[in-house]
Design a protein around this ligand. Structure first.
Ligand SMILES: NC(=O)c1ccc[n+]([C@@H]2O[C@H](COP(=O)([O-])OP(=O)(O)OC[C@H]3O[C@@H](n4cnc5c(N)ncnc54)[C@H](O)[C@@H]3O)[C@@H](O)[C@H]2O)c1
Length: 395
């Protein structure tokens, strides 16, 4: 079969725009021409374009007129307008996580600790509704870039669920490290909340995905979340926190530790922990406790390779693994971190959907359930963990 040529555009020129481009270069199922990039950071966007021999576009509209798909690699508050602009022009939209959210009330003294989480939930769900409506009216589709869904360990678990008809009784998992690099991340009004949404969305979406796989495999119907209980804390903002320089602690108003406990409609459970207070590199894992098997999915770290380095300077030129504090001593050095993380696999899958219509594993409905669960979790946390019903979208 002749490969189809897909023309793509990148929106944003920061961290995620970089790994999206890397992943695009590894696509083999179809031919991809990255036409150009549009970014509010004109200088950064032009440098991004020059380094990759692609064009810089002054406006989103001019980029949209020349491509079949856009990659939404902008901060969460800009996901909805950029994605809807793409869908309106019948383009495919690959949208980074979290899908959307609540970004404050516009006032300068907005503070997440004091805001009404019921309003946050309603506003976020309104945004989800608008994105669903835009997709329904479009010939394009939103593909949700939740890399955990495509991480090899999670896709292997999908195979186990489908082939054995397993029932998942409890999932537990975690995404954590010692603090995000991003300046915007310190402010809830720019990211839609703190660690509960920023990092919690990953293991949560993977748990929602696996219950969806389980339900479809046995009964042709996804098993959806029913209610959620959560606690959210700001450990680095408590007066007793002792800063020794290893953990980022300059957050303005966000939570940096959260625990989310989901009850699904079949009565089974998922418990996810997420934080910005864990040293020793990224800590991303998910464990599935089923009625016929148990799986531990290690995304990062994993032990595909371990190195011992007696002197820090030996490894000056070596990339070891994300957010590791030191390269000295033993390390779970990753031979291909992007691969374990699912970045190239998600791009390959998305471009197969765009080119050949293959159904996506991570779509707008999964993202919608994730946002609904997250903001219901914030309502619960505000009530010190009371169970809150989760609204689900679609079928
Ligand atoms: N899946 C993952 O592992 C992962 C990792 C990091 C970030 N992300 C997500 O990627 C998104 C972007 O984060 P990042 O780390 O790349 O941020 P970043 O700050 O590094 O880059 C954001 C870029 O978007 C540009 N920008 C902002 N608003 C824009 C707009 N309206 N139109 C065009 N350009 C705009 C900025 O100028 C900047 O170039 C976030 O949603 C984040 O949650 C995902």
């Amino acid at each position: 079969m002749k490969k189809k040529l897909i023309r793509s555009g990148i929106v944003g020129s920061g961290f995620s725009a970089t790994f999206h481009y890397e992943a695009i270069t590894k696509i083999y199922g179809t031919d991809v021409q990255v036409v150009g990039v549009h970014s509010l950071d004109r200088e950064g966007g032009q440098a991004y374009a020059m380094n990759r021999d692609i064009r810089f576009f002054d406006s989103l509209d001019s980029l949209l007129s020349e491509v079949d798909v856009i990659h939404v690699c902008v901060p969460p508050m800009a996901h909805e307008p950029v994605a809807i602009a793409g869908l309106k022009q019948d383009k495919f939209v690959i949208c980074e996580k979290p899908l959307t959210g609540y970004f404050g009330n516009g006032s300068n003294d907005f503070h997440w600790d004091r805001c009404d989480k019921g309003v946050a939930l309603e506003t976020a769900l309104g945004s989800v509704d608008r994105m669903l409506a835009a997709e329904s009216a479009s010939a394009g589709r939103l593909l949700y870039a939740e890399n955990w869904v495509y991480a090899p360990a999670i896709q292997k678990e999908r195979e186990i669920l489908e082939k054995t008809g397993a029932q998942i009784l409890w999932i537990h998992g975690e995404e954590a490290h010692s603090g995000s690099h991003s300046v915007d991340y310190a402010y809830a009004a720019r990211c839609g909340g703190g660690v509960l949404i920023g990092k919690g969305c990953h293991p949560l979406s993977a748990a929602l995905y696996l219950k969806r796989v389980e339900g479809r495999a046995r009964n042709g119907k996804p098993i959806r979340p029913k209610s959620v209980s959560a606690r959210a804390h700001a450990i680095t903002r408590i007066s007793q926190f002792r800063d020794e320089g290893h953990i980022r602690c300059d957050y303005y108003d966000i939570d940096d530790f959260a625990m989310i406990h989901v009850e699904f409609e079949d009565g089974t459970l998922a418990t996810l922990v997420t934080s910005d207070i864990v040293l020793g590199g990224i800590h991303n894992w998910l464990e599935v406790c089923a009625n016929n098997h148990r799986s531990i999915c290690n995304i990062n770290p994993n032990t595909a390779m371990q190195t011992y380095n007696p002197a820090e300077k030996n490894f000056d030129a070596i990339y070891v693994v994300e957010k590791i504090g030191t390269k000295q001593g033993w390390a779970c050095t990753s031979p291909d971190e992007d691969w374990f993380t699912g970045y190239p696999q998600e791009m390959e899958a998305f471009y197969r959907t765009i080119a050949y219509g293959e159904p996506p594993e991570s779509d707008l409905l999964l993202a919608a359930d994730s946002i609904s669960t997250i903001y219901s979790a914030y309502v619960s946390a505000d009530q010190k963990g009371a169970a809150v019903d989760v609204k689900v979208f679609g079928d």
